[in-house]
Design a protein around this ligand. Sequence first.
Ligand code: ADP
Ligand code: MG
Ligand code: ZN
Length: 513
Amino acid sequence: MRELSEVLRDWEPVIGLEVHTELTTLKTKMFCGCRLSHDDEPNTNVCPVCLGMPGALPVPNKAAIQSIVLAGLATNCQIMRHSMFYRKNYFYPDMSKNFQTTQGPVAFCMNGWLDLEVSGAGAAERYRDDEGVSFDADGGYVAHVGIERIHMEEDAAKMVHIGGVDGRIDGAEASLIDYNRAGTPLIELVTKPDLRSPEEARLFMEKLRQIFLTLGISDCSMESGSMRCDGNVSLRRRGTQRLGTKTELKNINSFKSLHDGLEYEIRRQAEVLEEGGTIAQETRHWETSTKRTLVMRTKETADDYRFFPEPDLAPYDLSDEFVEDVRSRLPELPDARRDRYVADYGLRRADAAQLAGDPDVAAFFERAVEGVGPEMARVVANVVINDLAGYLNANGLTISQAKITAEQVRSLAELLAGDAITSRQGREVFELMASSGRDPASIVDERGMRQVSDASALEPIVDQVLASCPDQVAQYRDGNRKVIGYLVGQCMKASRGKGNPKLFNQLLAQKMG
Ligand code: ADP
Ligand code: MG
Ligand code: ZN
């Protein structure tokens, strides 16, 4: 297969995503009062409704509908005042009703969009060539991605395959079913086929996750499957308009798999098409271990499901009052928060976006910068983005699991901003602080790290260095200003790293100047 960057010269990928998100933060299931928890003993949160017993009647969960309307408002959707639930009929052992309750042609949320900021870095991956897209100096651009709909449905039960490898069904001896998950409220967002690269698909998924986390409607864990997506992709010759036949990568559970699976699929399709073959419309599975996609099944059509309106649920009418009440609960969304950080603190856009993208990190940052000016806020942002994020990553922790408090980060930032310690020492203090939970000031004192920022204590060192380096002093006076770096280094050495380098610099310049 040809490399992606080569394929992209000839072919334009067209990608659409279907993203399933379980509303894990709700207390009860979609159509019954059973407790929503996947951690309980299997088959303990069940009742006639979610077990699909004949005659059991569903009752929609109002909180779930509030959540989907929140999701719709946050993604610029039109909130439909009238919609209905439908039955999607099929047999599957994890779906005892033999149909899934979902929505029909009209969903609660229709016709939304999200704008993605795609950076110019890694330009081989950037290959949008629609007219109307403008590129910045670095090749970055904004991709406008349409959202077809967000509809409400319910999750199936969970199958546990035993006796095989890694819980896979192949080679398993038996399958067990845990109905605790059956009837979990699920929202499915379907994009228009507006994405043009694996990178854009990944960015879309990341952005959606950040928004849903900020809304608090789901824990959005791709690892545990509460957020997962299907990636649809087809190719067309550059410069042509007609959509090609798509394949669908099912149940992708990480950003990396989404990116890598789509990349593989694009390269595979290009090879088939270039050899004169045709693409079969089929569902495929991205196998991480072998880094390839395998056929799961050829595509069913909507007709196969015999969709029809659910007779046990009345058509759903949303009042303006209901929608406005939900709108009033919309929190500040990541893009708005990013812009506020840029405006209030002068943070770099990418840094601000990183902080604003995770609501827990944003709350932490805001606690740490309460009442401080922009300059200190930038130091705090640096500590959070570099030291804290690195530490969390390396240790597989979330910010709420870490021992560090916002107050400690602020104290560390104060020590840095006041030149009490160097940035290198700052990193060291951070590590100690993170592992012990102790305050930075006491770590600095205990280790004797505090920088000497008292001019009278540093002057004798400066005098001594100047006396021992007459050549460099002469060069400086001849206009070679860079030589001062060498002299600062000598001063730092003489002070055994404790002198404040900025102050040394000032004193040296004064005395030579
Ligand atoms: P299906 O009924 O096969 O699930 P849909 O029309 O519902 O197909 O579309 C599912 C997803 O596939 C949507 O995100 C849509 O944007 C995307 N899609 C549709 N047609 C194409 C195509 N030719 N190439 C790539 N993606 C497509
Ligand atoms: Mg589909
Ligand atoms: Zn139930």
